[in-house]
Design a protein around this ligand. Structure first.
Ligand SMILES: [Zn+2]
Length: 452
């Protein structure tokens, strides 16, 4: 009996990232609506499948779309403007002052630019933290990505701000959650323990529990944050959050570079997920997260690009290579962080971190159809031996470049086909972001008014 499907992708090396990490040297993926119907190896028999559309993936790796677990998309407007500084200076002297001039339109333009960059880099789902959630949601809808947008809560000790910001967060959630055909989910993003009062953190925890929202927070990013916490609260940032009952399986902790005694045990016990932002941590000189220890302890770890102003790129494949090399080198243990595990951090594990472990991150029947085709024919990808899984994973971590991502499918829809966007004017998006960036940087006094 033949079965109608919307899309059939054939002839590629299918890296499923499923429970058994099956790799199908000549495989196919059948998609109906926004779900994967079947995955198989060998020829997809015409007697079984009658697709509306076919994609020939010969010479390609077919794999789950990449997941970035932490970032600030609209910060692309400030890319390259705050260099060679530690986090605190970077935030208070450049990023926050510049972005305070970004209204809804500028945030939209910046998020749109990042969404396009992510699409080109094979990122199909990302976690974001910013205040103008509707603007970012609009960009996500337009580009066709999937996202978890956390309303960025900050009150800096001002109780009036606590109430106002929490009200805005709830409105953003009501307005945007479930938009983009369900691809946009909204959560809460209390910025950090140094930008939020205990009252705000406590209220965010209550709201998250009441409405089933995910919480994203920067935790123990710098030594300064760690030492300040010990000074002000008598304990590490993680112990402080634990003491107030904030931590739980719905918490995505970004960075987690500095740990105190017992903190790892707390993360494990509370089933907190970690977004490892390796490039950002290195660039801001924040330090190196003990990701090998987290993984060995069974803590879920995904990779986050962080914002484009602290990376300065959203190319998550580049970050995977940095992560693998760094942790092998620092630990002097070449066996650690095997390539297949590193790929998992940006696929199946990343999906789990974002609470989508049952829906995303693996190519398997019933899963959402988010997948990418990566060209395996370039000089830097050669030799390519699809019957050797270790080599395929190694190529994806160490040799692949974002420009190898040729085709991107999100929610069953083709958003990029052989390097060309479907229904998006990339040039206009880039020009719009360029103008928005000039506007806010001039307004903040970071660029001269003339010549822009
Ligand atoms: Zn961040």
């Amino acid at each position: 009996m033949t079965r109608d499907v919307d899309l059939l992708i054939t002839g590629g090396t299918v890296v499923t990232m499923d429970e058994e990490r099956r790799l199908l040297p000549s495989g196919w993926v059948a998609i109906s609506g926004n779900r994967i119907v079947a995955v198989g190896s060998g020829d997809a028999p015409d007697s079984v499948w009658r697709p509306k559309r076919r994609i020939d993936a010969t010479g390609m790796v077919v794999m789950p779309g990449l997941v970035s677990c932490h970032g600030h998309a609209c910060n692309s407007l400030v890319r390259g403007m705050a260099e060679d500084r530690p986090l605190h200076e970077w935030l208070t002297e450049v990023l926050w002052p510049a972005m305070s001039h970004a209204g809804p339109d500028e945030v939209y333009r910046g998020a749109l630019l990042s969404a396009v960059e992510m699409l080109r880099s094979g990122v199909t789902c990302f976690a974001d933290m910013w205040t103008e959630v509707p603007s970012t949601a609009r960009a996500v809808e337009q580009v066709g990505l999937r996202a978890l947008l956390a309303y960025n809560l900050r009150d800096f000790g001002d109780p009036e701000k606590t109430t106002v910001e929490l009200g805005r967060a709830v409105r953003a959630w009501r307005e945007c959650d479930g938009t983009g055909d369900g691809r946009v989910r909204v959560g809460l993003g209390p910025h950090s323990i140094y930008a939020c009062t205990a009252g705000m953190l406590g209220r965010a925890r209550e709201l998250a529990t009441e409405h089933g929202l995910l919480l994203q927070i920067h935790v123990s990013e710098t030594r300064r944050e760690f030492e300040q916490s010990v000074e002000q609260h008598g304990v590490s940032p993680i112990a402080y959050l634990e003491r107030m009952g904030f931590l739980g399986p719905d918490v995505i902790a970004a960075h987690v570079v500095w740990l105190g005694d017992g903190d790892l045990e707390t993360l494990k016990q509370r089933e907190v997920s970690v977004a490892h932002c390796v490039a950002s941590n290195l660039k801001l000189g924040s330090g190196i997260a003990s990701v090998r220890d987290y993984r060995n302890a069974g803590v879920a770890v995904g990779v986050g690009t962080d914002g484009p102003a602290s990376n300065n790129s959203l190319d998550i494949l580049a970050d995977l290579k940095i992560a693998a090399l760094l942790h092998k080198g620092v630990g002097r243990v070449p066996k650690e962080m095997p390539a297949a595990d590193v790929v998992a951090m940006a696929t199946a594990d990343g999906a789990s971190v974002l609470g989508l472990g049952d829906e995303l991150g693996r190519l398997a029947p019933g899963r959402l159809a988010d997948l990418i085709l990566v060209d395996a024919t370039g000089a830097h990808f050669t030799p390519f031996h699809p019957h050797d899984p270790n080599q395929v994973y190694a190529h994806l971590v160490y040799s692949a470049k974002s420009t190898d991502v040729r085709t991107v499918v999100v929610d069953g829809r083709i958003r990029m086909l052989d390097g060309a966007f479907v229904g998006l004017d990339e040039k206009a998006i880039i020009e719009g972001a360029q103008r928005a960036s000039s506007r806010i940087l001039v307004a903040a006094g970071l660029l001269p008014a003339s010549g822009h």
